[in-house]
Design a protein around this ligand. Structure first.
Ligand code: NAP
Length: 248
């Protein structure tokens, strides 16, 4: 049984990494997909072509998740193209790491804008349709860094802690309308975002993970598909870690 059959999902940042993994998993589970990208046009093309092969409808949209206007427009476009939608995955995110003493204001604001304000922009625009249907699943991609903090990532950590608070509040506000909102907090997942790090530092970090390996995009995408499906219909307001046991 394909657990997302007859559903439509909006996924931000589907051109690469975890977002791409979520697009591929959702397509294999029978879900129609509208996904966004910002700069990786050719990669988005590739993702679209591959996912369509699962026999579902897939369309890519260039849309900046940090823009409230573009997020509103995206929702309008998806309704025109797909009729409706059932699932929103707020995945788009960036890092601009630095110690506080060296961090400039632009790095702070950009990370908050793309990681946290994007969740407000998309969720605010998308919930009207969920409220009409009295049904909807929102999944925000957070991070364990939003739970435990990390030196050199105060901007990123603040954005992800903000997502956790936002997730719980939306779950409380909209539960009575049968709209669920959960967050996934990945640990160290191998993607472009994590490939820039210092090799020795990464090795040490992996050694400290109880399961002794980095995560892959499927580890996150599998949980995402479950949370988006009707199998998780009594789960809301949760921040679920996918981190090999790193933060217990
Ligand atoms: P990634 O490989 O760098 O991919 C980031 C994705 O976000 C790309 O598709 C990118 O699209 C998109 N994006 C960036 N800015 C955007 C914007 N303003 N509007 C729309 N899309 C935008 O990163 P990743 O590792 O897959 O991370 C995905 C999410 O997981 C992020 O929220 C990240 O914080 C979270 N996370 C990752 C890890 C990890 O270890 N990798 C751990 C915890 C949490 P373009 O390339 O087209 O611009």
């Amino acid at each position: 049984m394909r657990i997302l059959e007859n559903k439509t999902a909006i996924i931000t940042g589907g051109s690469k990494g975890i977002g791409r993994g979520i697009v591929e998993k959702f397509a294999s589970e029978g879900c129609d997909i509208a996904f966004t990208y910002l700069s990786s046009e050719s990669s988005a093309d590739e993702v679209e072509k591959k996912a369509i092969k699962s026999g579902v409808k897939v369309k890519k949209y260039r849309s900046d998740a940090s823009s409230f206007e573009e997020s509103n427009q995206l929702i309008e476009d998806v309704i025109n193209d797909f009729g409706s939608y059932d699932i929103l995955i707020n995945n788009a995110g960036i890092t601009r790491d630095n110690l506080l003493l060296r961090m400039d204001e632009e790095s702070w604001k950009k990370v908050i804008d793309i990681n946290l304000n994007s969740c407000f922009n998309l969720t605010k625009s998308a919930v009207k349709e969920f409220m009409k249907k009295k049904d909807g699943a929102i999944i925000n991609i957070s991070s364990i860094v939003g739970v435990k903090g990390n030196a050199g990532q105060s901007n990123y950590s603040a954005s992800k802690a903000g997502i956790n608070g936002f997730t719980k509040s939306i779950a409380l506000e909209l539960g009575s309308r049968n709209i669920r909102c959960n967050a996934i907090a990945p640990g160290f997942i191998e993607t472009d975002m994590t490939s820039k790090g210092d090799g020795k530092l990464l090795e040490d970090w992996i050694e400290s993970i109880p399961l002794k390996r980095a995560g892959n995009v499927d580890d996150v995408a599998n949980l995402c598909a479950y949370l988006a499906s009707d199998q998780a219909s009594y789960i809301t307001g949760q921040i679920i870690k996918v981190d090999g046991g790193l933060v217990t």
